[in-house]
Write a protein that binds this ligand. Structure first.
Ligand SMILES: [Zn+2]
Length: 271
């Protein structure tokens, strides 16, 4: 059994402020405490199962939050740092039985979604794939499907899980907390959430989850926060300008589409 874990921070148990997720803020140490503790609990439980390999990909901010000295597991490999071509999903191409998305959050523009965003709070107002509003979980789930890996378990706040239930009908979910508004949240008790991972992992391992369907072609619509971001992105020849804030491109290969999304975000970020 080989398991891939993409771990973000905003949706982790105990995280209640953007300051805890910001490496330059004095409260970041609190965030790291919650990140290590939730991941360690999951790894300890996976150790009791027949798991041969777990690849953890640090998927938050500069993606260098975790330190191997805190995670002494013989089956563990850790991907740290950025940039990396597959970003939050780097390493998924190595062949896995399940992917797990831990500490994820709702997509940009979610009403009252705690720390809602899609890949970039600063630049992205909305990403649509074939007309469907897309979260990081959906986009990353499509990358997993590209490599024929099912998403076995997703954890995060209730708004994220609500959105994921239709997209990942056979996956397991753990609700870590309840969103009240973008910067307000009702936290659940740590022990209760952690224990739910045990039953969710058990159910995941006992059923046959299939990768979500990967469309044959992709129309990607990106709405930026500002028109000058669309102005710079429009220079790329694949891009069609739709309106002040919105651009569009088409692709048949999702990996290529994903790479364009990331390039486009980085162009916009530097305006
Ligand atoms: Zn994050």
């Amino acid at each position: 059994m080989r398991i891939y874990i993409s771990i973000d921070m905003e949706g982790l148990t105990g995280i209640s402020s953007v300051n805890q997720t910001d490496p330059s803020h004095r409260r970041y140490e609190e965030g790291i405490f919650f990140m290590k503790s939730e991941l360690r609990f999951i790894l300890e439980y996976l150790r009791t199962k027949n798991v041969k390999k777990v690849l953890v990909n640090d998927a938050h901010w500069n993606m260098d939050n975790l330190n191997l000295k805190d995670l002494n597991f013989e089956f563990l490999e850790l991907i740290s740092g950025s940039p990396k071509i597959l970003s939050m999903m780097h390493g998924i191409n190595e062949g896995f039985d399940y992917a797990m998305f831990i500490g994820y959050h709702s997509m940009a523009n979610t009403i009252n979604g705690f720390l809602e965003h899609t890949y970039s709070s600063y630049t992205i107002s909305e990403i649509k794939i074939n007309g469907k509003k897309s979260s990081e979980a959906y986009i990353n789930g499509l990358i997993a499907s590209y490599y024929n890996v099912p998403v076995g378990l997703i954890s995060g706040d209730d708004k994220l899980i609500e959105d994921c239930k239709d997209i990942f009908p056979n996956s397991e979910f753990v609700i870590t907390k309840y969103s009240i508004s973008r910067n307000s949240v009702k936290l659940r008790n740590i022990e209760s959430v952690y224990n739910e991972y045990k039953s969710a992992i058990d159910r995941m391992l006992s059923k046959n989850i299939r990768p979500i369907e990967l469309p044959k072609e992709f129309t990607i619509e990106i709405t930026f926060r500002r028109t000058d971001m669309a102005d710079i992105v429009e220079i790329l020849p694949i891009i069609e300008r739709i309106d002040g804030n919105k651009v569009l491109f088409k692709e048949t290969d999702f990996l290529r589409a994903f790479r364009y999304i990331r390039v486009v975000i980085n162009l916009a970020r530097n305006v």
